[in-house]
Design a protein around this ligand. Sequence first.
Ligand code: CO
Length: 134
Amino acid sequence: MIGKLNHVAIVVPDLAAASAVYKNTLGASVSEPNDLPDHGVTTVFVNLPNTKIELLHPLGDGSPIAKFLERNQDGGMHHICYEVDDIYAARDKLIAGGARILGSPEPKIGAHGKPVLFLHPKDFCGTLVEIEQV
Ligand code: CO
């Protein structure tokens, strides 16, 4: 059902410092920061030949990643995102298999303008999983 790894998201305490690590130390192609007020995050994309790394930093009050950063002050891996062809078909199959959707089972438009859902980490080996219809 799942297709390509779309991105791995890493929450970071300092977006400029994290960008510099990926750009200078690791020699990757790194985007400018992009504020997404609707999602409560600022993102920087690291474009790799086969996938992306999404560096996330909280933006504004009530950011969904603020608590994560409190608990992981050096930052850390937040979620992985797999591509699916049909998010409704994927959702229904996941629910039928006993997986839990976080929040509303209705897909939301994610940080890349595509429909996404997040799946409970307890059902997926302790990893928060995002599925995105591409
Ligand atoms: Co994501």
